[in-house]
Structures are given as structure tokens and as C-alpha cells.
Design a protein around this ligand. Structure first.
Ligand code: AMP
Ligand code: MG
Length: 406
């Protein structure tokens, strides 16, 4: 049996990011940058005021005999406008936050440190001495022209969008969002809106995986349920081949009707792996034509857990991300795990921070058909291979499903 890490390595070595495309800035949110962003201008582009106040020469703020300096006010500069006049000795200009500092001025004093007579706005008294540069935001203080601002592989969130807008990038090159076909399989599977019939169960995987694929950053498309016949699978795979990735559930174990492997073999290539993990031992990886296919097990919990361990990193690689795996942290397992299994056990749990440590509580019964064990879980507590148990209060590693990849 193969370890989870080895299977991940093999899979990720084959998958490459999708070709870059250029999109409008607003469309780039949630995608990964496929180019280096270098500033073509200084930011701020010009020295400007950090305060509403008066632009002046700092030497003119010196007090003589404890008396405030008195300066002649020669105009006002609002944000968005450039002063025509320069500051001469003994003069000042009203200036607003963000307005360019006029020639001749080397400081701004905030309005609160001045006094003026409403009846005579031609003069202002300066109540405090200020040093050169006071309240001036220098050109290039944030970003220098020619500076690397964002590197290829950066994830574009709201803050990156803000910086890209600042440096004038109306369009950016990003890795395209993968389109993922989701195929459920099984003669027993009926759709969610249908009443139960003898021997049938509702398709939970199709919907679960659709939501999980979307959360991973890709664009899912549910293609429905293939019957357990070769014709039905061939037909659904002929549609699925137009996508960037195919994810199936069911039909990959060793049963008589587990046909996904057979069709992969016929129409592409297949690696079939027995992974040393529970839930979710059987996993198929390969391709249909040239489209990669990840064949997840049919049990809903197995499908969910193997998606997190294999499907999500794979989608992130297609998206161009550099960080593909969820972080692990040491937790104290409050209630313990008494079930023994020779395989590595990924136990669904809720991890919380309490009194200076992470504490995990498992979500109850852990069978791979117990869908409710997924509810409220934000982590997978890892019980190492070899039939270990965890006593209440023992420590273990947990894979944090709601922490960003690193
Ligand atoms: P299989 O791998 O096809 O043998 O399926 C393993 C188990 O998962 C069986 O009990 C199936 O009924 C169940 N199963 C397969 N696909 C789905 C699905 N889409 N939704 C819910 N259960 C499923
Ligand atoms: Mg089946």
C-alpha cells in the first residue's frame, strides 16, 4: 500500500498549472498571478500632505520670545490640484490631506496646532515648531519605480487587487480557473429530488464534491450519474473530456461493477492505488484522453476525505498555487480514539483553541458511511498506521481543514 504523501507527490508531479490568461483586474480575485508585477511609477507619485493644515517652511515655525510665528496665508490647495504659487519666507498655504506639497514648503503643520482669526483668514499663527518633512508623505515612500511589487504565484485577494489598482494594472495575467467535471457512478444512485425506492440511495457525492471543488477555487460542473455499465460511463466521459479535470466517485474498488478503472484503461491511462489510509483506501488517478482523472471512492466520507487530501491540492496546482497542503498542528484529543485500524486513520474532529493549546473532539462514529461524522468537523486527527489508539488527553497531529495551505 502507498502512503498518502507518496500518492500526493506522484499526482502533483504530473499536474501543471493551466496556461495563463489575461483578465480584467476585477476578475482576478481568487486567482493566482502568472506574471511579476513591477511598478512603473513611484507611489505616492508626488510628495503630499498627510494632514489638513498649512504647508510652510519649517524654519518659519520658530518661536521668538515664546511668541507663536505669524505667517501670511497665500492660498489653498485641495486634493487633486497643484499650487501655482510657491511658498516664500513668511508665508503658508492651507493644504488638504493628499494635496501635493507646494514648491518652497518643506513641512505641513496640522490645523489643530494653528490659530486663525475667522474675521481675517489672511494670517495664521503657528503654535508649535515643526521639523523639515513633518506630515509630508514623500514620493516613492510606499513603492519605488522599478520595484517588484508582487511575484508570480501570489494569490490575488482584495489587498493584492488594491495594490494592483494602485500601480495601474487594469489587466493582469493569471492562471485560468480550472473547469472540473464531476461524475457520480452507481446503479443505486438517484437524484436528490427523487423519493427513495427499494435499494436506492440519493446522490450525496455529486453535490458534496461540487461544493468542495468550488471552495477549492475551481469551477465545477456536475455531469450526473453514470450507470454501472461501460456504455453509460463511455457516454458521460465523452462529455467530461472537455474539462480540465474529471473527478469521479465510486466504481474504483475491486467489485464486479467497478468499471471506472476499465474505461480509464481503455480511453487513457490509469494508475490504481491502494492508499494506506482510512477512510478511502482505493484511489484511481490517470486520464481520459489527455484530461486528468481523479477517481475517488464511493462512500461519501471517503470521497470527502480523499478530496481534501488529493483533489484539493490537485486543483490548487492547476490554479498555479505554490502552497498546496493544509497545515498540521499538535492537538490534545479530548475524547480519544478507541477504534484500531492498521491503516493511517483520519478521524474527523473539531479543533478549538483552549487555555493555550489546541484541543480536538472527534465527531462521533467514524464509519466511512457515517456522513454526519463530517458535520462540524474542521480537522482530521491523524492516528498513525499500525493499529494505534488514542487515550483521552493524548496528543496527536491534526490536519487543519479550515486553515490556509502552506
Ligand atoms: P463503490 O465504490 O461504487 O462500490 O461505492 C461504495 C459505496 O459508496 C456504496 O455503498 C455506494 O452506494 C456508495 N456511493 C457511491 N456513490 C455514491 C454517491 N454518489 N452518493 C452516495 N453514496 C454513494
Ligand atoms: Mg458503485
Amino acid at each position: 500500500m502507498m502512503s498518502v504523501e507518496e500518492a500526493q507527490e506522484r499526482m502533483l508531479a504530473i499536474i501543471q498549472p493551466l496556461p495563463p490568461i489575461t483578465v480584467a483586474l476585477a476578475e482576478a480575485a481568487g486567482l493566482v498571478l502568472a506574471e511579476e508585477i513591477t511598478a512603473e511609477e513611484d507611489l505616492p507619485p508626488f510628495a503630499n500632505s498627510a494632514m489638513d493644515g498649512y504647508a510652510l517652511r519649517s524654519v518659519d515655525t520658530r518661536m521668538e520670545g515664546g511668541r507663536p510665528a505669524r505667517l501670511r496665508v497665500i492660498g489653498t490647495i485641495a486634493a487633486g490640484y497643484v499650487a501655482e504659487q510657491a511658498i516664500e519666507p513668511g508665508t503658508a498655504m492651507r493644504i488638504m490631506t493628499g494635496a501635493p506639497v507646494p514648491r518652497g514648503a518643506d513641512a505641513v503643520i496640522q490645523i489643530e496646532l494653528t490659530r486663525s482669526d475667522p474675521a481675517d483668514e489672511g494670517w495664521v499663527e503657528i503654535l508649535q515648531e515643526v521639523a523639515p518633512g513633518n506630515n509630508i508623505r514623500a514620493a516613492g515612500e510606499d513603492i519605488r519605480r522599478g520595484q517588484l511589487v508582487l511575484s508570480q504565484g501570489s494569490e490575488i485577494g482584495p489587498w493584492e487587487i488594491g495594490v494592483l489598482a494602485t500601480v495601474g494594472r487594469a489587466r493582469v495575467k493569471v492562471f485560468r480557473r480550472p473547469r472540473v467535471a464531476i461524475v457520480s457512478t452507481g446503479d443505486e444512485i438517484i437524484d436528490v429530488g427523487e423519493p427513495l425506492q427499494p435499494g436506492k440511495i440519493r446522490n450525496s457525492n455529486g453535490y458534496l464534491l461540487e461544493a468542495a471543488v468550488r471552495r477549492a477555487g475551481a469551477e465545477p460542473q456536475r455531469l450526473g450519474v453514470a450507470r454501472d455499465t461501460e456504455e453509460s460511463l463511455r457516454q458521460i466521459f465523452s462529455q467530461a473530456m472537455q474539462y480540465d479535470l474529471i473527478i469521479t466517485s465510486g466504481g474504483v474498488s475491486v467489485g464486479e461493477f467497478d468499471l471506472v478503472k476499465r474505461i480509464m484503461h481503455e480511453q487513457g491511462a490509469i494508475d490504481f492505488w491502494q492508499i494506506n489510509m482510512r477512510p478511502g483506501k482505493p484511489l484511481a488517478f490517470g486520464r481520459i484522453g489527455s484530461v486528468p482523472l481523479l477517481g475517488l471512492p464511493g462512500n461519501p466520507v471517503s470521497a470527502a476525505v480523499t478530496f481534501e487530501l488529493f483533489g484539493r491540492p490537485l486543483i490548487r496546482k492547476l490554479l498555479g498555487h505554490r502552497h498546496l497542503r493544509r497545515p498540521q498542528v499538535e492537538v490534545t484529543v479530548e475524547d480519544g480514539v478507541s477504534e484500531r485500524t492498521p491503516r493511517r486513520h483520519y478521524v474527523r474532529a473539531r479543533v478549538r483553541w483552549e487555555e493555550g493549546r489546541f484541543v480536538a473532539r472527534t465527531t462521533g462514529q467514524q464509519g466511512s458511511h457515517i456522513t454526519t461524522s463530517l458535520l462540524n468537523a474542521n480537522a482530521l486527527v491523524i492516528v498513525p498506521e499500525g493499529g494505534h489508539t488514542l487515550k483521552p488527553g493524548e496528543k496527536a497531529q491534526a490536519l487543519m481543514l479550515d486553515w490556509p495551505e502552506e
